[in-house]
Design a protein around this ligand. Structure first.
Ligand code: TRP
Length: 443
């Protein structure tokens, strides 16, 4: 199966694996622990889970319903409903957001790839030294984009899906083993408390903004990706249960990553607020002390690289599909254009972790270039996109039509349609709007 023609997923499971492959990635294992650490731990986790359930999941259904009903990419679906209206800008915003997220995401994915080999090198550089080597980081970044382009270019997504079916369960088991190991380290219980015992007084506007952004980022929402993936789902399939499985799998993997990182981090006396380098500092230290740790580490970073690859594929897909559908550019050319553009856009991020001094200094609100990109595109822009699209689906297209689409393949949904309509018309956009106002406090 390929999703490049307007085909359909081979089966319900095909969609679940492709969507879960997009959702599960560095967002769960790299971003979730570092953002949790920076935002005070358990109270953030609590708000995050609330955001997934009350905002993320209902909004995921809106994207899936729009895509399947219109059988089109986001821009196409919007103009099918409201031809020539400014709402089409949501599609444009999604494309730009996808490009920028991919630009720094592939930098982190490059580090992950590099760590596969770094694990077996006996005389190990520390993380800070590793990421400040310009040729090394740019090289790894380029390799990762290259691999993504080759995979999308060759259209071997069917193969990737088959792999994902085997490798995701292996990742799951490996995470379980690491959870057990990390929680036996002495001093680890303090980490577990930091992660799971909420101090609700720590919930501020900034914390809620971070949690909301993390929910969208991790579920691959807010830029129309799930509209595109939804358009390949067959009319008989049950969007409600499929979406639910994807959201649960994604959330479970993120929570598991935290159950490894925080106990280990406190056991080793490291700083939970260390930022984007957090997991790259903590995990190799665990592997170094663990019996058979080098092998475990190699397998772990291979799996994480593949999880990142199934996400970069989905990020590359949205701008590529736009060039193919709307600009009539041949797919094979479009893939290279998007890949090349991503490389240029990502260079400053790649060099912002010590390689180039002025990029590595805090630029705005204590964030260096890469963190700033992650905040602007991976948080604010996704929230803004979701705000606009929830209004579009709830009010312009109409929650009634969307609910009808959701009830196909799930007749029981009729009971919930009013609640869902209320969430998508009022709760989701109003909540996002209020939370976005905290933007002004960050800078
Ligand atoms: N969700 C992915 C992760 O957690 C990242 C990602 C892939 C993404 N595609 C996306 C984020 C689309 C937002 C939108 O790693």
């Amino acid at each position: 199966m390929t999703v490049h023609e307007r085909g359909q997923w081979s089966s319900k499971i095909g969609f679940i694996f492709a969507a879960a492959g997009s959702a599960i990635g560095l967002g769960n294992i790299w971003r979730f622990p570092y953002v949790t650490g920076q935002n005070g731990g358990a109270a953030f986790v609590f708000v995050y889970l609330l955001c997934v359930l009350v905002i993320g999941l209902p909004y995921l259904y809106a994207e899936l319903a729009l895509g399947r009903a219109m059988q089109k990419n986001p821009a196409g679906a919007i103009s099918a409903i409201k031809p020539g209206s400014p709402w089409i800008c949501i599609g444009g915003l999604g494309i730009v957001t996808g490009l920028f997220i991919l630009s720094y995401y592939a930098v982190i994915a490059g580090w992950t790839f590099g760590y596969i080999f770094k694990m077996v090198v006996p005389n190990q550089m520390e993380f800070d030294e590793f990421v400040s080597q310009p040729i090394l980081v740019v090289g790894l970044f380029a390799i990762f984009i290259f691999i993504t382009v080759i995979v999308v270019y060759g259209g071997v997504q069917g193969g990737i899906e088959r792999w994902a079916k085997i490798l995701m369960p292996v990742l799951f088991v490996l995470l379980l083993v690491l959870i057990i190991y990390a929680n036996f380290l002495s001093g680890s219980s303090k980490g577990l408390a930091f992660y799971l015992k909420p101090d609700f007084s720590k919930i501020t506007g900034k914390v809620v903004l971070a949690a909301l952004g993390q929910a969208f980022f991790s579920l691959s929402l807010g830029m129309g990706l799930m509209v595109t993936y939804g358009s390949y789902i067959s009319k008989e399939d049950n969007l409600i249960t499929s979406g639910f499985y994807v959201a649960m799998a994604d959330t479970a993997i993120a929570i598991m990553a935290g159950l490894i990182i925080f106990p280990a981090l406190f056991a080793m006396g490291q700083d939970p607020a260390a930022g984007p380098g957090l997991v790259f500092q903590v995990l190799p230290a665990i592997f170094r002390n663990m019996p058979g740790g080098i092998l475990v580490g190699v397998i772990f970073f291979i799996l994480l690289s593949i999880a990142a690859l199934t996400s970069t594929i989905s990020l590359l897909e949205v701008p590529t599909a736009y060039l193919v559908d709307e600009k009539r550019i041949v797919r094979k050319v479009a893939v290279w254009v998007v890949g090349g553009l991503t490389f240029l856009l990502g260079l400053p991020s790649a060099l912002s972790q010590g390689a180039v001094a002025w990029l590595s200094k805090p630029i705005a609100g204590n964030m260096e270039f890469l963190s700033l990109m992650d905040f602007l595109w991976g948080n604010i822009s996704l929230a803004l996109g979701a705000f606009l699209l929830s209004i579009f689906v709830g009010w312009i297209w109409g929650a009634k039509y969307a609910a009808k689409e959701l009830a196909r393949g799930n007749p029981g949904f009729a009971k919930w349609a009013r609640l869902w309509g209320f969430l998508i018309r009022f709760v989701v956009p109003i909540f996002i709007f209020i939370i976005l106002l905290n933007l002004f406090k960050v800078f």
